[in-house]
Design a protein. Structure first.
Length: 339
């Protein structure tokens, strides 16, 4: 049994990871400031699992509060650090805030870990660290950090470098950076899922809003890419698989510093997502083609061999599973929001 401090545990990835930890027999604590989480998220985790996870509602950079919380509810064996800002477009408009929150929260957490003698850290990194590289599938030993087009992605790369250096200076530290590809889907209960504030940037929440009638049509950013149907290709990983990858990383506590891809290794285009979502919802999802979105790359998907080799983990769910579960969440979530 691993006792885990889960920062950002009320968010999209965090809430699914909290449930996956409980299902695997582990004991999570949550710290989250709810800045990008539904206020009911923690009560819904309790409703699904039957467990009331102790939660501290603060900014992770409030070291005294986090330390006091660990004093009261600890000790913990590991930290899974998901708290951070993640909107690519917003990061371009507010770079200082992104560097302050994402890097500042990580440095604060490292100080708290040292104080409480916690040596195992799992960090939420991102495939954006591969930047403009067109060398796909992306493997972890590739050069990273070149051609990252936004401050959000740059914070992920900078934090990986910080963690590499911190790990080299303290041999007791065991740090795993999980490079997410494109998280999609929802918990099969339909009670938690992706619930972006305002107008979403990411593709699947937009497709979901068109399916539920909140938006008229999907705008496809370019159909002139060198891909099978001309639209952008990505690696869409079900959030349940992603959550289980975090559990495995916390359990394995790999020595030193390791960066590991969490993806399916299965490329899918924008039109594939629209088609699969339409099939899951039993609807024809309208779309129109516009010009490419600045900063987008044509193709990105994961080499998944390292995760299989060192974590004994691989994604099990398909894009169709993710569309089905997200659609159930959209329908159920709408009822919950009306309640
Ligand atoms: C996917 C594809 C778009 C919206 C981002 C972050 C990354 C990670 C995942 C956290 C692309 C196309 C999109 C739309 C479209 N987040 N698209 N119309 O850009 O791969 O990655 O989310 O780790 O850090 O950068 O995801 O969902 O925005 O785009 O045609 O309205 O869908 O061009 O090909 P992306 P996305």
């Amino acid at each position: 049994m691993v006792r885990v401090l889960l920062t950002g545990g009320a968010g999209f990835i965090g809430s699914h990871t909290a449930l996956a930890l409980l299902e695997a027999g582990h004991s999570p604590l949550i710290v989250d400031d709810l800045s990008n989480a539904h206020p009911d998220s923690i009560s819904r985790i309790a409703q699904i699992s039957g467990v009331a996870i102790p939660a501290l509602i603060v900014d992770v950079r409030d070291e005294a509060a986090v330390s006091g919380f660990l004093q009261e509810h600890g000790p913990v064996d590991a930290v899974i650090h998901l708290a951070g800002l993640k909107a690519v477009g917003e990061s371009v408009a507010q770079p200082e805030r992104y560097y302050d929150v994402n890097i500042g929260s990580t440095l604060a957490l490292l100080r708290v870990m040292k104080k409480h003698e916690i040596h195992n850290l799992v960090f939420s990194s991102s495939a954006t660290v591969y930047g403009a590289s067109e060398n796909v599938p992306h493997a972890e030993d590739a050069h990273v950090g070149h051609g990252i087009s936004n401050p959000y992605g740059k914070t992920k790369h900078m934090i990986e470098e910080i963690l590499r250096d911190v790990s080299a200076a303290d041999e007791q530290l065991r740090i795993t950076a999980l490079r997410y590809f494109n998280p999609v889907g929802a918990h099969p209960s339909g009670l938690i899922g992706e619930d972006p504030r305002g107008v979403p940037n990411n593709l699947m929440p937009i497709v979901a809003r068109v399916a539920s009638g909140a938006l008229d049509s999907v705008v496809v950013f370019g159909d002139d890419y060198p891909t099978s149907d001309g639209t952008g290709v990505r690696d869409y990983i079900h959030v349940q698989d992603l959550a289980q990858g975090h559990v495995r990383a916390a359990e394995r506590a790999l020595p030193g510093f390791e960066a590991i891809n969490l993806g399916t290794g299965v490329p899918a285009s924008v039109l594939d997502v629209i088609r699969e979502y339409g099939a899951a919802a039993g609807l024809n999802i309208p779309y129109r083609v516009a010009k490419r979105r600045p900063g987008d790359i044509a193709v990105s998907y994961a080499d998944v061999s390292k995760a299989r080799a060192v974590l004994d983990w691989q994604a099990k769910r398909t894009l169709a599973d993710a569309c089905r579960d997200d659609w159930a969440w959209q329908q159920n979530g709408a009822k919950l929001r009306q309640a």
